[in-house]
Design a protein around this ligand. Structure first.
Ligand SMILES: Nc1ncnc2c1ncn2[C@@H]1O[C@H](COP(=O)(O)OP(=O)(O)O)[C@@H](O)[C@H]1O
Ligand SMILES: [Mg+2]
Length: 224
């Protein structure tokens, strides 16, 4: 089943009359399916993060179409986009991006803040996810009391709490050693079986081997 379709997506940074214009994405056309992992590969500056930001509704394309779960999302208002982002997209970052003053539990709960989910249901969902990522024994720890791999597991649990259809991970193992990298990739691989689409950015071939499909991008163009 198709979850993401982009057609002729372009992203240009800088104003029209400026000489410093950057064409970060040029006519990118892609169709991504559920139950699959995609690895986006390309040199630094090739447009990988720009594409991830647009897919995650964190940024808008300059032109082109974007359908997320068959819904035309490119022209929705900021508020509508924020709503869909919260429901449909889970993010995992290289630097984990956890809130340092909050417990593991609170970090995972964060995306539920403005939802109607009761506190009893929250508790059930959070504890179940923390078990799933192997952190059932670290619920009350703070991020700085955890290893890098454990922090990334917290970030993955947080990404899953709204049960999103799409997981976007920008170099999720960039800060991890080889052994931990394998553990995190195994965890991410298992998620595709839950009817999700996983898109990850990597420049390591070992990581790309976990993917069903590799998207090669060069100077803003998809080479395939
Ligand atoms: N906010 C921005 N303003 C201007 N140029 C940007 C901005 N973000 C990225 N770029 C430029 O767009 C190109 C693609 O960047 P990016 O998507 O971050 O590449 P990657 O993630 O593949 O390293 C680069 O040339 C970068 O300098
Ligand atoms: Mg990048």
């Amino acid at each position: 089943m198709e979850s993401i379709r982009v057609f002729n997506l372009c992203k240009t940074y800088g104003k029209k009359d400026e000489r410093i214009q950057v064409h970060a994405l040029k006519n990118v056309t892609l169709s991504l399916e559920t139950n699959k992992i995609y690895a986006i590969m390309g040199h630094s500056g090739s447009g990988k993060s720009t594409l991830m930001h647009i897919l995650g509704l964190l940024d808008r394309p300059s032109s082109g179409q974007y359908f997320l779960n068959n819904r035309d999302v490119a022209k929705l208002s900021d508020r509508q986009q924020a709503h869909i982002r919260n429901r449909e997209v889970g993010f995992v970052f290289q630097a984990y991006n956890l809130l340092p003053r909050y417990s593991v539990y609170k970090n995972v709960e964060m995306p539920l803040t403005y939802s109607q989910v009761s506190s009893a249901d929250r508790k059930k969902r959070i504890n179940k996810l923390l078990e799933q990522v192997g952190l059932g024994h670290r619920v009350h720890h703070k991020p700085n009391e955890l290893s890098g791999g454990e922090r990334q597991r917290v970030a993955i649990a947080r990404a899953l709490i709204m049960n999103p259809t799409v997981i976007l991970a920008d170099e999720p193992t960039g800060n991890l050693d080889t052994k931990t990298e394998k553990e995190i990739m195994t965890l991410l691989s298992d998620l595709k079986d839950e009817s999700r689409t996983i898109v990850l950015v990597t420049h390591e071939m070992e990581i790309a081997e976990y993917a069903d499909s590799i998207i090669k991008i060069r100077d803003g163009e998809v080479m395939e």
